[in-house]
Design a protein around this ligand. Structure first.
Ligand code: RP5
Length: 175
């Protein structure tokens, strides 16, 4: 079992199908995580305990997801010096714009790195990037990940050209 370095916290179990994607991204890079449900509004004491104890518990990054009046990431960021990544979750009736604005519009002094609405996979990936700043092995893994992304684009481009019956456009350096 890898050492737990990332805390994934969400406002409700209804956020889990989205927030699971943070864990998926971290698993791809072999980074250990824990998952917790708490709420800035429904259980502020638990949220404060979690945020205040996170660094001593060995966490390096916290990812917090919430929908609606999504104060969980900002409240956590106010109670820890660890980097906090916020995931706005899309819920009815406003479809996530409410969550996005609640998370992204932090006052100067207490930053939350906000990803896209339901952008939980990128939140996990951003946590990897943060940890890679001091970890060469992790940077190498990120480079390989990027190379795979580029290879997939090439594959799709080739498939499209096959479908259109066109040859690859010659590029400088091609014979
Ligand atoms: C937020 O309220 C949670 O993060 C969730 O996105 C939303 C709805 O929660 P439930 O009513 O489904 O528990 O605090």
């Amino acid at each position: 079992m890898p050492e737990i370095q990332v805390g994934i916290i969400m406002g409700s179990d209804s956020d889990l199908p989205i927030m699971q994607k943070c864990a998926d991204a971290l698993d791809e890079f072999g980074i250990g995580w824990e998952m917790v449900i708490s709420s800035a509004h429904r259980h502020p004491e638990k949220t404060a305990r979690y945020a205040r104890g996170a660094a001593d518990a060995g966490l390096k990054v916290i990812i917090a997801g919430a929908g609606g009046a999504a104060h969980l990431p900002g409240v956590i960021a106010s109670m820890t010096l660890l980097p906090v990544i916020g995931v706005p979750i899309a819920i009815e009736p406003l479809g996530g714009v409410d969550s996005l604005y609640s998370i992204v519009q932090m006052p100067q002094g207490i930053p939350v790195a906000t990803v896209a609405i339901n952008g939980a996979y990128n939140a996990g990936l951003l946590a990897v990037h943060i940890m890679a700043a001091h970890d060469e092995k992790m940077r190498n893994r990120l480079n390989i990940y990027r190379q795979k992304l580029a290879a997939k684009v090439e594959e799709k481009d080739c498939a499209l050209r096959d479908q259109l019956g066109r040859c690859k456009r010659p590029e400088p350096g091609d014979q």
